[in-house]
Design a protein around this ligand. Structure first.
Ligand code: NOJ
Length: 478
């Protein structure tokens, strides 16, 4: 059964320009597998998940089956594929003086060439949370108290990628979701002995790494005529539960702490005020660092999942380990006992298209428009609750994900139409039912079922067809 309301709305016909970049996203550790094949070095996640039943050893076997992935993207009519490079695949030990793994370079060259041949634009994330283990051991990776070595190593790795792939890759993302990355260390013990101070440090180091990489790209690789950005995310849209000044203030604080922490310095050139109450424990940017990061992103990139209500209460700093609460703002999915939307697996996310619309208007007005930039949604997705226990027929029919994308892309089109928001791209998360970091293969976010019992065969879900039919209606042909 197809759930498609957008294609039946004449007012949305051709509402998006012909060069609108729609596609799919993935991340190396979540899809590649082959964690010790062809010279790939170990990364932080190999170590962290070594005793978990679900780990990245196979993931979706995209290291071997990448051609199947490209075929899927073609079949889905994707114009763009966002994937990430595994740092430890191209530089097994990670450091600036450490050797390059040619087999790793070859793998990404093959993938990029096939995408370009298929008319699909590659967008490459340099860092989607996977640090070469050797660097974690040398200086605690992103939690380094002195980030000099981390910055040098990352810049050297980025330069290698620009030099090898930049003739064909015209759009780069430095770091994926610094907010979630900072939070993962705390929740899951990804970084040993992680403290609030580390949380601040990781966030701060993300800014410095991003700023330095962007500067090098702009200065040394400008002849490649590409663009660079950072995939930000807030958790996610926080709506005041009522009109009380407390709830309104709490929602604003949640935005400042999760998105504004990076977006304010990068897009406004101002120090974030989010953590002022921590005094000197929170590392401020020096004026030089502010100069470095301000204007470092060529486009505004956001990943979006859920929406929650802010109750108006602020909670005790760092007494809990749930990443959703690390902004110290109490949030809930319920108002007067009613859920905010259809619950996804583990509550992440709920289907709340109006929250997506409000978020888009907010980031456009606050960060993108003043810089004369467009907004790119580089991830948006839904994990259907209990999908793993559905019959294959229901998994493929994928009714709730069809509904999700119809509502969300509809909301995107509505804010373009009614509020003049400039959105240049949108990517479904994700192409495949991939490994969801420490949560394993459930929840699933993919628009393609991966049959692990039968050679990791890819089977398209109907949501992919729904999404293709929507783009066909709303994106102009010329
Ligand atoms: C955002 C992250 O970038 C991605 O790695 C993760 O799988 C999705 N959120 C879904 O949780």
């Amino acid at each position: 059964m197809a759930y498609r309301t957008v294609p039946s709305r004449p007012e949305l016909k051709d509402i998006l320009p012909a060069d609108f970049l729609h596609g799919y996203a993935s991340a190396a550790y979540q899809v590649e597998g082959a964690t010790s094949k062809d010279g790939r070095g170990p990364c932080n996640w190999d170590e962290f998940l070594k005793d978990y039943p679900d780990k990245g050893d196979d993931a979706c076997r995209s290291y071997d089956l990448w051609q199947d992935d490209v075929k899927l993207l073609q079949q889905y009519g994707a114009k763009s594929y966002r994937f990430s490079i595994s740092w430890s695949r191209v530089k097994p030990l990670g450091g600036k003086n450490d050797p390059v793994n040619e087999a790793g370079i070859q793998y990404y060259n093959n993938l990029i060439n096939a995408l370009v041949d298929a008319g699909i634009e590659p967008t490459v994330t340099l860092y989607h949370y996977d640090t070469p283990l050797a660097l974690d051991e040398r200086y605690r990776g992103f939690a380094a108290s002195d980030p000099t070595e981390l910055i040098d190593d990352f810049v050297a790795y980025a330069k290698l990628c620009f030099a090898k792939f930049g003739d064909r890759v015209k759009r780069w993302l430095t770091i994926n979701e610094p907010w979630i990355f900072c939070s993962l260390g705390g929740e899951d013990g990804l970084v040993k002995g992680y403290t609030r101070q580390d949380f601040f440090r990781v966030g701060h180091n993300c800014l410095l790494v991003h700023g330095n990489v962007a500067r090098v790209y702009h200065r040394e690789f400008c002849q490649q005529r590409g663009q660079i950005g950072i995939a930000l995310k807030n958790y996610d849209w926080v709506e005041p539960i009522d009109n009380s000044p407390e709830a309104i203030k709490a929602a604003q604080i949640a935005e400042e702490r999760s998105l504004g922490w990076w977006a304010q310095p990068i897009f406004k050139g101002t120090q974030t005020t989010a953590w002022d109450h921590y005094g000197s424990t929170f590392p401020k940017l020096t004026n030089e660092e502010l100069d470095l990061v301000f204007g470092s992103a060529d486009f505004f990139s956001i990943n979006h999942y859920g929406t929650m209500y802010a109750t108006g209460r602020l909670i005790e700093p760092y007494t809990k380990t749930n990443f959703r609460d690390l902004d110290d703002v109490e949030k809930t999915h319920f108002k007067h006992g009613k859920p905010i939307g259809r619950r996804g697996e583990n509550g992440h996310p709920h289907t709340v298209p109006w929250g997506f619309g409000k978020m888009l208007i907010h980031v456009w007005k606050t960060y993108a428009e003043p810089q004369n930039q467009s907004v790119y949604v580089y991830e948006n997705g839904y994990s259907v609750e209990h999908e793993a226990s559905f019959s294959l027929e229901d998994i493929i029919n994928d009714q709730y994900r069809q509904e999700f994308y119809d509502l969300y892309i509809g909301a995107l089109c509505d804010v373009v139409r009614n509020h003049g928001v400039k959105i240049a791209g949108y990517h479904c998360w994700s192409l495949l039912d991939n490994l969801e970091w420490n949560f394993g293969y459930k929840p699933r976010f993919g628009l393609t079922y991966v049959d692990r019992e039968n050679g990791f065969k890819r089977i398209p879900k109907n949501s992919a067809m729904t999404v293709a039919a929507i783009w066909d209606h709303v994106v102009a042909k010329t």
